[in-house]
Design a binder for this molecule. Structure first.
Ligand code: MN
Length: 290
């Protein structure tokens, strides 16, 4: 099934991991000389700009750890991530993790860099209006900048730990998306066969999305007291101990829960297979009505 592409302006946090490399869609082209990047990068111009189509379109393939120097595009640039997991950072903002299916818009003149994560290569198709001038190359991305705020490290031995951190970051983003009723993000996160278990019943993806969209249940605020992740092969099990402020059928209710989330890695991307709420005793527990 064809993936749904969605536009992301990167104002919201993108996270996630992935190591799997599929086969290349386009030829990798020539390995680029290390002038404006570190590590191994292949560049191939797919469609040069001409009189009619004034956009130059290229594919870039990065080995793990490879990244471009800081730069800007006078005409801006759009990146369509086709494979793997990478980083994208604009000056003065925190680094974002981007993955297969993400669309990144670099505004004209904005200083930024992009590249692979330490543990995964990344491939993207880049398109940029050529008539406004060539890329302006700036400083090299330092190891501190590359590593800053990263949930991954260059130590391969800690890969399992990285995966735990990645899935925990995704779980955290998910609470934000649920609070914001960001159905587009959740639609992408939930596997088509995902199951959801609530106090009021259990159901599948479509119903969960409808419930969130309609406000039938609004997960207004989840205070996460504790979160842990276990990686078992391609499966991640995340436990969140939370106090949830929700609006259910128009009434605000606060309840303590242990939330079990099951994720499976598909094509290098974590998808949610299950979300299950188990009510616990504890602060915030509502006394049963008599
Ligand atoms: Mn760029």
């Amino acid at each position: 099934m064809k993936r749904l592409l969605y536009i992301t302006f990167l104002t919201c946090g993108l996270t996630l991991s992935g190591v799997a490399q599929d086969t290349d869609i386009f030829p990798r082209g020539e390995k680029a000389a290390n002038v404006h990047h570190v590590g191994n990068v292949w560049l191939s111009e797919l469609s040069p700009a001409d009189q009619v189509f004034t956009y130059s379109t290229s594919v870039a393939t990065f080995d793990p750890g490879a990244r471009l120097d800081w730069h800007s595009h006078p005409g801006g640039q759009i990146l369509l991530i086709t494979q793997g997991v990478g980083y994208y950072q604009e000056k003065g903002k925190s680094k974002q993790t981007v993955r297969k299916g993400d669309v990144v818009k670099c505004q004209p003149g904005v200083e930024h860099w992009h590249g692979a994560t330490p543990d995964s290569g990344v491939t993207y198709v880049a398109t940029s209006p050529a008539q406004n001038g060539k890329t302006v190359w700036l400083k090299r991305v330092t190891d501190e900048e590359y590593g800053a705020g990263s949930s991954t490290t260059s130590n391969g031995a800690s890969n399992a730990n990285n995966q735990e951190q990645d899935v925990l970051a995704l779980s955290k983003d998910k609470w934000t998306w649920m609070a914001d009723k960001n159905v587009d993000k959740l639609k992408d996160l939930f596997d088509d066969k995902a199951v959801f278990v609530h106090m009021g019943g259990s159901w599948g993806k479509e119903q969960e999305l409808n419930v969130i969209k309609s406000g039938g249940i609004h997960y207004k605020k989840a205070d996460v007291h504790e979160a842990s992740a276990q990686i078992i092969g391609n499966t991640a099990i995340v436990l969140n101990r939370i106090t949830l402020l929700a609006v259910v059928g128009g009434n605000e209710v606060t309840n303590p829960f242990i939330v079990t989330e099951v994720y499976t890695k598909e094509n290098g991307k974590w998808k949610m297979g299950s979300l299950s709420f188990t009510k616990t005793m504890g602060p915030g527990t509502e006394q049963p009505k008599k």
